[in-house]
Ligand binder design. Structure first.
Ligand SMILES: [Fe+2]
Length: 145
């Protein structure tokens, strides 16, 4: 399985696109490690991917908040339910299970539905915030270190 970021996933904001690309890379690393049946690597990649994704969600939420995005609450709920499912997949793995097709189905859903619909929608609203360069760099630094 090899996933590719393609321009149909672009939300039109570079910093967000590059975070989404990083998550696609994680998915591919995960898929490779699973192919090698390397459980140690799968566990480490899952941890890294979940951690990165949660930070990315927090960054998106800060942007939406700053822009006064009207349906931030709904968007946050979608993030929370995705995060919950990711943690459940991780727990299932830690308890000795395999990373199932269901995890990839969730990721596929996130890429196709969430990015293409929900993220593109907020992107329209946060464009003006993107001009606040110093706020963006400070927030990136605070969240991603
Ligand atoms: Fe989002």
């Amino acid at each position: 399985m090899y996933w590719q970021w393609d321009p149909s996933l672009s939300v039109g904001i570079d910093v967000i696109d590059s975070q989404h690309k990083r998550i696609v890379e994680y998915i591919n690393e995960l898929s490779d490690a699973m192919g090698r049946k390397d459980r140690t690597a799968v566990g480490a990649i899952l941890d890294g991917m979940i951690d990165y994704t949660l930070t990315h969600f927090t960054f998106e939420e800060s942007l939406m908040e700053r822009a006064g995005y009207p349906i931030l609450r709904e968007h946050k709920l979608v993030h929370e339910s995705f995060a919950k499912r990711m943690r459940e997949h991780k727990k299932h793995f830690t308890d000795g299970g395999d990373v199932t097709r269901q995890l990839f189905a969730d990721l596929q859903m996130w890429l196709t539905n969430h990015i293409k619909r929900d993220d593109k929608d907020y992107a329209l609203s946060v464009r003006k915030v993107m001009e606040e360069k110093s706020w963006i760099s400070k927030t990136l630094l605070r969240l991603f270190g």
